[in-house]
Design a protein around this ligand. Structure first.
Ligand SMILES: NC(=O)c1ccc[n+]([C@@H]2O[C@H](COP(=O)([O-])OP(=O)(O)OC[C@H]3O[C@@H](n4cnc5c(N)ncnc54)[C@H](OP(=O)(O)O)[C@@H]3O)[C@@H](O)[C@H]2O)c1
Length: 341
């Protein structure tokens, strides 16, 4: 049996789901991949726990369930250990980075990812911040250290948008990518198309935990733009920053706009697009009129999707409905397995 030693930063919504999946998929991973995962270190805001012989997943989940920090883990727990200190100390094959997305300076994830790559650990992350701010640098760092940097869950969670683009369309010219990359805005626009006001639809999205109390990142288009930046870097191999994307959110879309579109057999969706223009791509996120027959027009509340228009593979369309963080956690797990292939 092969063993992969895993260190985790972040034991929140995604981190806890990942731990649950590591438990429930343990036999499948042994049979299918001859692989056993051992958590040798984990940290949250309270500190860290480090144990070469492995931490008990049930023990970590119980602590988080009781709203205690990982620093309270019996014997192995230590208060005030930072993510970077964990990475510096732990003897792991894979760092799984699931801390919060910080788009100002990428911390604490960015420094931890850099250090893990320098220490020749594979890195798996669902955190967009470090990738949006420093993709070319950390991708090059992974390559020069001979390790993998996998982040398929950063874009559309469980939907393998990046894997299709990077791996399956690897020898194809991608002429255009268009996608509904943000579930919250699609929820709001879908509910508005059914007759709700923007304010009511937003409130519902907040009540079910889909939208943040401050919905700016979603409704002003920045979350979708961040994901487009990652697609541009990883799939289109275009060194891209957020400033390269023209961004318009959904605040200006009215019920009248949606009703008028409906009468013409159209609808309005927040579409992220990268379209070939000469040797470059034009990148935008904006509310877009789509004919009802367009595959993306048919994606309702809670659904995200992507279309790749290519030279030799025709058009590929994929979509996912995500109502909780399990598909994202499953995306992280598939990446962990891939680091060992
Ligand atoms: N939720 C989703 O469906 C989803 C989908 C795609 C991508 N993502 C991305 O995945 C990442 C994790 O999301 P989430 O929903 O699990 O977030 P979350 O519930 O807020 O969890 C964040 C975790 O990071 C820890 N953390 C925050 N700052 C830290 C610091 N300075 N030092 C050490 N630990 C720190 C928190 O510690 P405490 O537990 O002590 O608070 C918590 O365990 C984010 O980057 C998010 O954007 C999430």
């Amino acid at each position: 049996m092969r063993t992969a030693r895993v260190a985790m930063i972040g034991l929140g919504n995604v981190g806890r789901r990942l731990l649950e999946l590591m438990q429930s998929k343990r036999d499948l991973m042994r049979t299918r991949f001859d692989l056993e995962l051992v958590i040798v270190g984990a940290c949250d805001k309270s500190g860290a726990a480090i144990a070469n012989e492995g931490l008990k997943i049930a023990g970590i989940l119980n602590l988080k369930h009781e709203r205690k920090g990982i620093a309270a883990y019996p014997k192995a727990g230590q208060k005030n250990v930072t993510p970077q200190q964990l990475v510096e100390t732990v003897d792991a094959d894979v760092l799984v980075e699931l801390s919060l997305t910080n788009l100002r300076d990428g911390e604490p994830g960015l420094s931890a990812i850099r250090r893990a790559l320098q220490r020749k650990m594979h890195v798996v992350t669902a955190n967009k911040g470090p990738l949006v701010l420093a993709y070319p640098e950390i991708a090059a760092l992974a390559q020069s250290n001979g390790v993998k940097l996998l982040h398929s869950a950063t874009v559309t969670g469980g939907l393998p948008t990046l894997n299709i683009g990077v791996r399956d369309l690897g020898v194809t010219v991608i002429e255009k990518v268009e996608g509904i990359l943000n579930g919250t805005t699609n929820y709001i626009l879908s509910r508005m198309a059914e007759g709700q006001t923007y304010a009511v639809a937003l409130k519902h999205a907040q009540d079910i935990g889909m939208a943040e109390a401050d919905p700016t990142l979603d409704v002003d288009g920045w979350d979708a733009a961040n994901k487009l930046v990652i697609i541009a870097n990883a799939v289109l191999r275009r060194p891209t920053k957020l400033k390269d994307v023209t961004v318009e959110g959904i605040r200006g879309v009215t019920q009248e706009d949606l009703r008028a579109a409906e009468k013409r057999g159209e609808t309005i969706k927040l579409i992220a697009t990268a379209e070939q223009a000469g040797h470059d791509y034009l990148l935008s996120v904006k509310p877009t009129l789509l004919e009802k027959s367009h595959p993306l027009a048919q994606l309702g509340a809670g659904t995200m999707g992507v279309m790749y228009h290519t030279d030799i593979n025709g058009t590929i369309f994929a979509a996912i409905e995500e109502n909780d963080p399990y598909p994202t956690a499953a995306g992280v797990l598939r990446d962990i397995v891939q680091t060992q292939s």
